[in-house]
Design a protein around this ligand. Structure first.
Ligand code: TYM
Length: 338
C-alpha cells in the first residue's frame, strides 16, 4: 500500500478506531454490530480497539465490578478474533491524551449540539441527578476517534448520531484552527447493525436492559442462549411469511443472517414458510455454533496468567505516540503552550 502523508507524518495504512463500554456483559448485538466488523477491517487498516472505561463512569459503576468488566471485555475482543499482533487493544484511561483532547474539543462544541443527542436524552431521563459527564460523553467519544486520525469507525447503528457529531466537531475545529483532524466515516455492517431485544423487538438489545430474556450474552452457556431464543417474542402468525414479517421474527432472521453472512435470498430459502418453533430452533443452533468456539477461546485467554495484562500494556504503548503527536498538533494549532 502507498504511504500517505498527514501533517508531515508518513502513514502506510489508514486507521480504524472503535470502542466498547465496560458497563455490562457484552451480547450478540455488540458482536454483530461491532466486534465482527472489527475482525474483518483489522487486516486492511491500522486498527485500534479501545475499552472505554472513562465513558462507563458517566453513570455510577461499582469499582470492583468495573475492573472485572474491563478485563472481561478485553478478553472478549481477543476471543472474537481481534489479533493483538496486528491490532492495538487498550484501555482508554491508560492513555491520558483521551481526556486531554476531550477538553480541547469541549471548548469548540456548542452545548446545544450535546443536548440534542438522543442517547443523552434517554440516559438522563433514567438518572436522578445528571452528571456533566453524561452530557460530555459524545465529546470524549469524538476525542477517542480524532486522536488517532481514524478514517473509519466500525460501529452499530445506535452510534450513527455520535459519529455525525464527531464529524461536526472535527470540521468546526479544522475551520477555526486550520486542518488538524481527519473527518471519519461511519462503517455499519450490512446485517446486524441494530439487533433488537428478544423480549421486546421494538427496543434495541442493550447491556443495561433488566429483563432476563432480553439479550443473549456472549458468555451465556448454550442451554441458556437456546432458552432465551426459544422464548423470544414473535407474533400471532403461525409461520414465517417474508411478505409481512413481524418485528420479532424479522429480528431472529436478521440475527441468523448476520452470523452466517447469508444473502437475503439465502435467508428466504432457509426460513420462508417455517413454523416459528422451527425458526427459533434453527436460529438457536446458528447462534450456539458461533458462540461455542468464541467461549472456548475466552476460557483459554483468561486461563493464561498475565496474558491479558500484557496485551493491554503493549496496546497502550503502541498507540501512545500517535495520541501524543495529535495532542501536540492540536495544542499548537490552538496556541496553547507546547
Ligand atoms: P457500546 O458499548 O454501547 O456498544 C459497543 C458497540 O456495540 C454496538 N451495539 C450494537 N450493535 C447492534 N445491535 C445492538 N443492539 C447493539 N448494541 C450495541 C454499538 O453500536 C457499538 O459499536 N459510545 C460507544 C462507545 C465508544 C465508541 C468510541 C465507539 C466510545 N468511544 C469511539 C466508537 C468509537 C458505546 O456506548 O458503545
Amino acid at each position: 500500500m502507498k504511504a500517505n502523508f498527514r501533517n508531515g507524518i508518513p502513514r502506510m495504512k489508514k486507521r480504524v478506531l472503535s470502542g466498547v463500554q465496560p458497563s455490562g456483559h457484552l451480547h450478540i448485538g455488540n458482536y454483530l454490530g461491532a466486534l465482527k466488523s472489527w475482525v474483518k477491517v483489522q487486516h486492511g487498516y491500522e486498527s485500534n480497539f479501545c475499552i472505554v472505561d472513562l465513558h462507563a463512569i458517566t453513570v455510577y459503576q461499582d469499582p470492583a465490578e468495573l475492573r472485572a468488566k474491563i478485563e472481561e471485555v478485553a478478553a472478549l475482543f481477543l476471543a472474537s478474533g481481534i489479533d493483538p499482533d496486528i491490532s492495538s487493544i487498550f484501555v482508554q484511561s491508560s492513555v491520558a491524551e483521551h481526556a486531554e483532547l476531550a477538553w480541547m474539543l469541549t471548548c469548540v462544541t456548542p452545548v446545544g449540539w450535546l443536548q440534542r443527542m438522543t442517547q443523552f436524552k434517554a440516559k438522563s431521563e433514567a438518572q436522578e441527578t445528571i452528571g456533566d459527564g453524561l452530557l460530555q460523553y459524545p465529546v470524549l467519544m469524538a476525542a477517542d476517534i480524532l486522536l488517532y486520525q481514524a478514517a473509519i469507525v466500525p460501529v452499530g447503528e445506535d452510534q450513527s448520531q455520535h459519529l455525525e457529531l464527531t464529524r461536526d466537531i472535527a470540521q468546526r475545529f479544522n475551520s477555526l484552527y486550520g486542518d488538524t483532524f481527519t473527518v471519519p466515516a461511519t462503517h455499519l455492517p450490512s446485517s446486524g447493525a441494530r439487533v433488537m431485544g428478544l423480549d421486546d423487538p421494538e427496543t434495541k438489545m442493550s447491556k443495561s436492559a433488566p429483563g432476563a430474556g432480553h439479550a443473549v450474552g456472549l458468555l451465556d452457556p448454550p442451554e441458556v442462549a437456546r432458552k432465551k431464543i426459544m422464548r423470544a417474542t414473535t407474533d400471532s402468525q403461525p409461520a414465517v411469511n417474508f411478505e409481512s414479517l413481524g418485528a420479532g421474527v424479522a429480528n431472529l432472521i436478521e440475527i441468523a443472517r448476520a452470523f452466517e453472512e447469508w444473502t437475503e435470498e439465502r435467508a428466504r430459502a432457509e426460513f420462508d414458510g417455517r413454523r416459528y418453533g422451527e425458526l427459533k430452533k434453527r436460529v438457536a443452533d446458528v447462534v450456539i455454533a458461533h458462540l461455542e468456539p468464541l467461549q472456548r477461546r475466552y476460557r483459554e485467554i483468561v486461563g493464561e496468567p498475565g496474558y491479558l495484562t500484557g496485551v493491554l500494556r503493549d496496546g497502550a504503548e503502541r498507540v501512545r505516540p500517535v495520541a501524543a503527536s495529535t495532542v501536540q498538533l492540536a495544542k499548537a494549532r490552538m496556541g496553547l503552550y507546547v
